[in-house]
Every structure is written in C-alpha cells, then in structure tokens.
Design a protein around this ligand. Structure first.
Ligand code: TGC
Ligand code: FAD
Length: 402
C-alpha cells in the first residue's frame, strides 16, 4: 500500500524534458536522437516510478538487470558480434546520461557491466572468454563486477596485495577487494591481482568457486539503489583459462577506467539536468511574497548559472565523444571531463536543493537523492583530487602522487 502511494506520486512527477540551450542536438545524428529517446522512455517507465522507494529502502532491484539487457544499456560500445550494441561513443554517452538522469546507482550498474566487465573481457580476453561471457553479460543473463580497490589501496591501486600463485594446473588466489559495485549479486568478478613477480593481471572469478565470497556493504547514504560489497578470496582455485591473456600491468585496469570515466562524464550531466529541470519548474510554481520565487534575482542567478555550466559540460562531452570515437582521447582529457562534470553536477544538485527549500530534502523530488549519489561519484573512478593530479602531471610532466 505504502509502496503503491510512492509509485503513484512519482509517476505523476517525471516531467523531465532535457536541456538544450545551444542547439547541441544539431550535432547529433537521427540514430543518436532515437537512442536517447528510447532510453529516456525506458527510464520514465522502469526507473522513475520506483527509484525513490528503492533508494529509501536501500533495495537493489535485481530485475532491472534483465531489463537493461533488453534495452541495450549493457556494453553499447561492444561489437554486436558479441551481443553488444555496436554503437559509437556518443551513443554510449547518451545512454549513460539518460540512465543517470534517473539515478546514479542505476548508471553504476550499467557502466560497471559495460565498461569494467565486458570491456576488459572484450579487449584483453581470449576468443573463448569473449564467447563464453559477453553475450550473457550483454543480455543481462549474467551480472558482473570489477575488483580493483582494496581496503588499504584505493587511490593507489598499484600497491594492491591480492595475489595468485601458479599451482601447475590452476592459480591459487588470495586477498580482498572493497567497495565493489554489483558484487553481492554478481555472477562473475573481473579481479586484478599480482602474480608471484608482482605483475598485475586480470582474472575472471565465478560465483560458486570455493573460498570466494561477496559480503554486502550496508548503511550507505549514497547510491542506495545500487548494491556494493567486498570480494574475499580465501585460497580460491581459479582455472588457468580464466586469466585475461592479452594485457597485464596496471595499464590494463586503467584502460577500463578510461572507458568508465568517460561514461560518468556524460552520466553526471544527466543528474545535473534533472536537478535543473526540477528547480526551474519548482521556482515557477512556488509562491512567496505573493510572487513565484522565479521572479527573485537570486533564484534567477542560480538557474542562469546552472544552465551555463550544463551547456559547457554538454559541449565538453560531445567533443570528448568525438575524440573517443577516433581513438584520440587521452587519459588526462577524460580526467578533465570526469572531474569537471561530477563537480558541476554536485554543485547544481546543492543549488537545486536550496531552490526547493524544505521540500528539497524530501523524496518528493529527486534532488537530495542525486546529491547524495554524487558524493560517491566524486570519489569513485578516481577522486576529484586524483583527477586534478592527473591533469597536473600532464601539464608539468611531474607526478605529484608520491
Ligand atoms: P602510473 O605509473 O601512472 O601508470 C602505471 C602503468 O599504467 C600505464 N597507464 C596506462 N595505460 C593505459 N591506459 C591508461 N589510461 C594508463 N594510465 C597509466 C602507465 O603507462 C604505466 O605503464 P608501465 O608500462 O610504465 O608500467 O601509475 P601510478 O601507480 O602512478 O597511478 C596513477 C594513478 C594514481 C593516476 C592511478 O593509479 C589512478 O587512476 N588511481 C585512481 C584509482 C581509481 O580510479 N580507482 C577506481 C576503481 S574502480 C571504481 O571506482 C568503479 S566505480 C564504478 C561505478 O559504480 O560506476
Ligand atoms: P583514498 O585513496 O584513501 O583517498 C582518501 C582521500 O585522500 C581522498 O580525498 C583522496 O583524493 C586523497 N588522496 C589520496 N592520495 C592522494 C595523493 N597522492 N595526493 C592528494 N590526495 C590524495 N572500486 C572498484 O574497484 N570497483 C568498484 O566497482 C567500485 N565501486 C565503488 C562504489 C562506491 C559506492 C564507492 C564509494 C567506491 C567504489 N569503488 C570501487 C572504490 C573507489 O574507486 C575508491 O573509493 C576510490 O578510488 C578512492 O579510494 P579510497 O576510498 O580508498 O580513498
């Protein structure tokens, strides 16, 4: 009964229309517009009516996995021969934008599956691994997760201690990963671990392997509709055919992060546009001192600045998408966009929260949920300051990490 009430209210509320002050849609193809509109409809139908309830209850809706598969949200940039969408990077970005417009946690589910699980299997895996896993991951028959971060090694993954030994007919894996999106429900994990010489490799670990467990992380105030957990490896026997054979070293997981960070730059724009759209409507309708609050200069300043930042961010990701498509985007260019757009979205969520007054803290509006979600997004996939240091390194040639 209570859930029904939440659903009804939310159904009424999703009036989102998108933001395009500079006619940036003119830069998109018919196919891009069609993809965006189909994902927007999907989000309005399958996410918006329920997300508030899922987030309030810290519930990960597992049934969304299959639905994401059906709508093509998993691995849109992976070739269709392996079940992916075979689409370009702008399409991938637009899909992430629309999904995160609904909720960053939902985008996390999709971007981990596409960029952090399917991408490394496609890029570094054997043909047998591609055929075994990619179609099932694309369709949502299988859910994956990506294990890089450890309890003592977050920003500095090269210090990882998770390791495997060559036992002749199998590898023996030991260690633990922390803060892993999707882990409690994942069927497979792409795990980064050191061999006996200290070289990093990717291994595919399957649920059910003895000694492998995925305890859930509870009591998050952020990304509450996404499930997060640990990966614990206690003498796990991993078959030798499960190692990703085509690339080793820290560069391999960092390449996956490039792809996921690109998706986040687009995704957070979606969250920002949702906050702006809601704030604009609220300001026009809310009367104080006998006038709509939209008539006050201070409110107009907030809205004008939001629109300015959104427009700049839209141009940024469109150009970055073109560079990704040509294979020319550098890690530093991706860092700039991830860092800028997450911070931009977080600022807009905070300003939009103010425009909504007290209503802004309730589940009647998506604002506070976006704001709390973005507090994770600004930390994961490289923190705000780590991206600043990546840019500093690019500018000066001097690494300030160590
Ligand atoms: P560094 O010495 O810079 O590099 C080590 C080796 O990697 C090579 N490399 C790359 N190769 C390919 N693509 C890239 N983008 C590359 N970046 C670096 C590099 O050339 C070098 O190769 P070699 O042959 O010389 O060994 O590495 P470092 O140890 O100094 O670290 C650099 C740093 C700090 C920037 C990096 O470690 C980093 O990005 N840290 C942040 C960690 C992070 O982002 N973790 C994310 C975990 S996953 C996650 O958060 C998922 S959330 C998902 C969701 O729910 O949406
Ligand atoms: P730390 O590295 O301990 O950083 C703490 C603070 O110190 C930060 O402000 C940081 O900027 C600062 N700092 C660190 N080093 C420096 C330096 N050299 N100079 C200046 N400042 C520095 N990881 C995965 O592998 N897979 C996942 O699916 C995944 N999902 C996640 C989901 C959620 C909800 C969250 C919160 C995290 C997730 N992560 C995942 C982990 C995430 O990538 C890490 O939290 C992130 O990389 C930061 O690591 P840390 O939390 O250990 O912070």
């Amino acid at each position: 009964m209570e859930t029904g009430a939440v659903v009804q209210k939310s159904l009424k509320k999703d009036l989102y229309e998108g933001v395009d002050f500079y006619g940036i849609d003119d830069l998109l193809t018919e196919e891009h517009l069609l993809i965006r509109s189909s994902i927007r409809d999907f989000v309005k139908r399958e996410i918006s009516p329920y997300i508030e309830d899922w987030a309030q209850k810290a519930h990960f809706p597992y049934e969304i996995v299959k639905k994401f598969g059906e709508v093509g949200a998993f691995g849109p940039q992976i070739p269709s021969a392996y079940g992916g969408g075979g689409l370009d990077y702008i399409s991938y970005g637009l899909i992430m934008q629309e999904v995160e417009r609904g909720d960053s946690g939902m985008r996390s589910t999709a971007s981990v599956q596409g960029s952090l699980v399917m991408y490394p299997i496609y890029k570094f895996g054997s043909e047998a691994q591609r055929e075994k896993y990619l179609p099932k991951l694309a369709s949502g028959e299988m859910l994956g997760c990506f294990g890089l971060t450890e309890p003592d090694h977050g920003s500095n993954p090269s210090g990882m201690t998770t390791n495997f030994k060559d036992m002749g007919d199998h590898f023996l894996l030991n260690g633990a990963k922390m803060w892993i999106s999707n882990s409690p429900k994942a069927d497979i994990a792409v795990v980064w671990a050191k061999d006996e010489s200290g070289r990093i490799h990717g291994l595919i670990v399957e649920r059910g392997m003895e000694g492998f467990s995925t305890p859930e992380t509870h009591n998050k105030w952020s990304l509450r509709a996404s499930c997060t957990g640990e990966l614990v490896f206690d003498n796990v026997k991993v078959p030798k055919e499960n190692i990703l054979p085509n690339k080793s070293g820290l560069g391999a997981p960092l390449m996956c992060l490039d792809s996921a960070r690109y998706g986040i730059a687009w995704g957070t724009l979606g969250a920002a546009m949702d906050c702006y759209d809601s704030a604009r409507r609220y300001a026009m309708e809310r009367i104080q001192f006998d006038k709509p609050i939209a008539s006050f200069q201070l409110i107009q300043k907030k809205l004008a600045e939001m629109l300015t930042e959104i427009t700049k961010a839209q141009l940024l990701v469109w150009k970055l998408g073109k560079m990704m498509e040509e294979g020319k985007a550098t890690t530093a260019q991706i860092s700039l966009a991830k860092r800028n757009n997450v911070a931009m979205a977080l600022d807009i969520a905070r300003e939009a929260r103010q425009i909504h007054g007290g209503m802004g803290i309730t589940g009647e509006y998506s604002i506070m949920r976006h704001m709390m979600n973005l507090e994770s997004v600004v930390t994961y996939e490289g923190t705000h300051d780590i991206h600043l240091l990546i840019l500093g390194n690019e500018i000066t040639g001097i690494s300030a990490f160590k």
